[in-house]
Design a protein around this ligand. Structure first.
Ligand code: NAP
Length: 311
């Protein structure tokens, strides 16, 4: 197998797939390495209402359209979970699921993973009432009571999504204000099935017959502990950048693990770029991810041209 590419894009969310479209159109030999279905967080999103030009599109639909667009321009889709990148000068060596690949340019577009609550039963209860994906698991909670934790856009959107199935959604936030957008807040506050509980933090799961039976909270004003009975718990308490494979590279990651990039979206390793939610930025959106994808692919093209002109 020929494992040499001009560009390897790690991650097939909107940033990675857009980089695939642009790199393919620029005539670069391009591969996208991913260990899940294409789409990243988009594929776990029911409706996308803020992507310009399409006022409402399903997350699965947009994922498949971007995937088909990238592969139509020649990007090869490879299965693999990246564990290491080594800088060998003209080529970077990428290790993924036991295979080695080589590329002049690497575009890291791995996004973020869900932050867990940090309780001892986080792993044990996964799939037993605990879920981080309302779109995947919401239908299991038809006519049941669920708790959503967090006040960001994910928690707000997923609370609304869950009301199609659930009997009741308790949305618990730790401040008295939300972090998410005004439009998402309005949808939550206007939905009669959602009960917002403010100034409470989760303290542990309530387990019943080996499954979620509810959630215990502490009132931050009074210190009082309360239990909300529920069959489902959906924590949406933020994200952790998926960058463990970059940890050995000095100066590439900030203290939270986000990639540090320059105005060209390049790291301090020439030829290693970052795109999408994984880089330091203020606004994590599909539209900003696709923008990063286009910029990194274009810069990859110039980087490779320079490399070849010096050879
Ligand atoms: P987020 O914006 O970081 O919000 C995390 C929420 O969880 C915050 O409300 C935070 O409270 C709360 N939280 C954190 N740790 C907690 C804990 N231990 N206990 C209880 N609550 C805790 O995360 P996100 O909603 O996953 O969104 C991630 C990024 O993607 C954001 O930039 C977001 O705007 C973007 N996004 C955008 C859309 C959209 O535009 N439609 C949709 C989804 C996500 P505090 O507010 O008190 O800190």
């Amino acid at each position: 197998m020929d494992n040499n590419y001009d560009v390897i894009i790690i991650g097939a969310g909107p940033a990675g797939l857009t980089a695939g479209v642009y790199a393919g159109r620029a005539g670069l030999k391009t591969a996208i390495l991913e260990y899940e279905a294409p789409g990243g967080k988009m594929i776990k999103t029911d409706e996308i209402c803020n992507y310009p030009g399409v006022d409402n599109v399903g997350g699965v639909d947009l994922s498949m359209k971007m995937f088909e667009h990238a592969t139509a321009y020649g990007a090869t889709y490879l299965y693999g979970e990246v564990t290491a990148i080594a800088d060998e000068g003209e080529y970077k060596r990428i290790t993924a699921s036991g295979q080695e690949y080589f590329a002049h340019v690497v575009i890291v577009a791995t996004g973020t993973n869900e932050r867990t609550l940090g309780f001892s039963k986080d792993d044990e209860l996964l799939g037993k009432g605990l879920s981080y994906c309302a779109v995947c698991d919401g239908a299991f909670f038809r006519d049941k009571d669920v708790v959503v934790i967090g006040g960001g856009n994910s928690a707000l959107e997923e609370s609304v999504y869950l009301t199609q199935f659930a009997n009741k959604v308790d949305l618990v936030i730790r401040r008295d204000v939300f972090r998410g957008d005004e439009s998402n807040q309005r949808q939550v506050l206007n939905n009669p099935k959602i009960n917002v509980i403010r100034k409470h933090i989760p303290t542990d799961y309530v387990v019943k017959d080996g499954k979620i039976g509810g959630m215990q909270f502490e009132n931050l004003e009074t210190g009082e502990k309360t239990v909300i009975e529920a069959q489902g718990v959906f924590p949406y308490i933020g994200a952790i950048p998926a960058t463990s494979f970059l940890q050995g590279h000095e100066g590439v990651l900030d203290e939270e693990g986000y990639m540090i990039v320059d105005a060209h979206l390049q790291t301090n390793i020439p030829g290693v770029f970052g795109a999408g939610d994984v880089i330091q930025k203020n606004l994590r959106q599909i539209v900003t991810a696709t923008s990063d994808g286009a910029i990194t692919a274009q810069n990859a093209f110039h980087f490779i041209q320079d490399l070849k002109s010096k050879a």
